[in-house]
Design a binder for this molecule. Structure first.
Ligand code: FMN
Ligand code: SF4
Length: 428
């Protein structure tokens, strides 16, 4: 009921350590088909499917591949790279982990097809360092895939060769940002680069690079097998396909739920996640993690797709939904978020380095109470808006999202803040 599985189709149903199980479930048939197609046809099919990135930004997956495959190298020795972003650092998000632990070959198959489509000869899977089981599963699956001729030289007798390596993240949230991740793979400190040029033009070691999230890549095998038209019929017109939502917080049945794009938030929370714990009422859902937005009760009927959320100034982000019951404090939650962002700021640019700390100080003043509360609340918003305009990378541009939505829908909570017994459920 309500669930529609593409990226999670095998999770919990096959043995992740047994490649034969994956093959028996139809695995690697899409790769066999893809290798018989010209790479441009794969790119075309992905553009037609309307698949958009599931890592946060929601950019067209097919267009990214088109740009990467068409980019010309500036250096004489040209090589294309593919990178899978499995850093999964966004608070409240735990979907990529489940895919890697329970169905690693689906990710690997999607990655090989994507690499073939853009002509990449070398690939990396950048995995969050704390995900020990994911790392083990992916390493075993890569070895098994190579043993079966799905990876390495002349894959399945074709002229196409690909080598994939695993790289571990060291716990920096910012290293999930695509350029910072590339710096990290290159062995440098995790600082973001200035865009443009984008990774498709000048990415890893200065070469054209395709970066995709784990979940995004897992949609590719089924699109190749069933065609773009099949995929377009799932979800909504402008946000086709499915999305995994990681639901946590004050719900009876937390977990990952893959559903068609456009399912109502209410159905996700009450039908799939089992409703609010202890018979309490819903207060808010923080959608998209720390770089996300607070959705109040009046929007429980919102459709969970890119456009419907954007229309109301909410974001989909990575698909994290942290549910807060009636006795939770929005101010405490925001305090957690600002502490997190301040801690993760790399310090490269002043607006974010200083701004994240000032936001935290302002919020603490508001919490402490005082004569200038109203102007301090306004300053919180103004300062986050200024940071959004002047910060170098998306981390410094993001505090405006939780602050703006919290003040728009819960301003009263800031005017009369009460330290709630439940406290924050983020990062505590
Ligand atoms: C601070 C920050 C952290 C991010 N962390 C992740 C992450 O852990 N995983 C991820 O896939 N994308 C993350 N992103 C988004 C990536 O920069 C990039 O958009 C994504 O990997 C592209 O893949 P997609 O097109 O398949 O979504 C992060 C972005 C920012 C700004
Ligand atoms: S916005 Fe923040 S995280 Fe990004 S470069 Fe500036 S200081 Fe670093």
């Amino acid at each position: 009921m309500f669930e529609y599985r593409i990226a999670l189709k095998n999770a919990g149903r096959i043995s992740p350590e047994n490649i034969e199980d994956y093959i028996a479930a139809g695995g690697y048939n899409a790769l066999i088909k893809a290798l018989q197609m010209p790479p441009e046809k794969i790119v075309y099919e992905l553009i037609q499917s309307g698949l958009r990135g599931r890592g946060g930004a929601g950019f067209s997956t097919g267009m990214k591949k088109k740009f990467t495959s068409e980019a010309s190298c500036i250096l004489l020795e040209c090589m294309r790279y593919i990178v899978c972003n499995a850093d999964e650092g966004e608070p409240g998000t735990f979907k990529d982990r489940i895919i890697m632990e329970q169905d690693p070959h689906l990710l690997i198959e999607g990655l090989i097809i994507a690499a073939y489509a853009v002509g990449a000869e070398k690939g990396y899977i950048y995995i969050r360092g704390e995900y020990h089981t994911s790392v083990d599963m992916i390493r075993k699956a890569l070895a098994n895939a190579a043993g079966h001729g799905f990876l390495g030289d002349n894959i399945l007798g074709s002229n196409y060769s690909l080598d994939i390596a695993v790289k571990l993240g060291a716990g920096s949230y910012l290293c999930g940002e695509e350029f910072t991740l590339l710096e990290s793979i290159e062995g440098k400190r995790g600082y973001p680069r200035i865009k443009p040029p984008y990774p498709a033009e000048k990415g890893l070691f200065g070469m054209p690079t395709l970066i995709n999230n784990v979940e995004t890549l897992c949609h590719i095998p089924d699109i190749i097998l069933n065609g773009a038209d099949w995929y377009k019929n799932i979800g909504t017109e402008k946000s086709p396909g499915t999305k995994i939502f990681s639901i946590s917080g004050d719900v009876n049945n937390p977990g990952n739920f893959e559903v068609e794009m456009g399912l109502k938030l209410r159905k996700l929370i009450y039908n799939l996640a089992g409703g609010i714990k202890d018979g309490k009422k819903f207060k808010a859902a923080l959608i998209g993690g720390a770089a996300g937005t607070f959705v109040p009760q009046t929007y429980l009927g919102i459709s969970m797709d890119f456009e419907s959320l954007q229309e109301k100034a909410f974001v989909m982000g990575s698909g994290a939904i942290i549910v807060m019951a009636e006795d939770r404090s929005i101010v405490d939650m925001l305090h957690s978020i600002l502490r997190f962002l301040g801690h993760e700021s790399c310090g490269k640019c002043v607006p974010c380095r200083v701004g994240t700390r000032q936001l935290l100080m302002l919020l603490e003043k508001i919490l402490a109470g005082g004569p200038n509360k109203s102007s301090e609340i306004d300053a919180l918003l103004e300062q986050s808006e200024l940071m959004a305009k002047t910060s170098l990378c998306p981390l410094g541009q993001s505090p405006v999202l939780p602050i703006g939505s919290a003040l728009q829908h819960f301003r009263k909570d800031f005017e009369h803040p009460v330290k709630k017994s439940g406290g924050s459920i983020l990062l505590e």
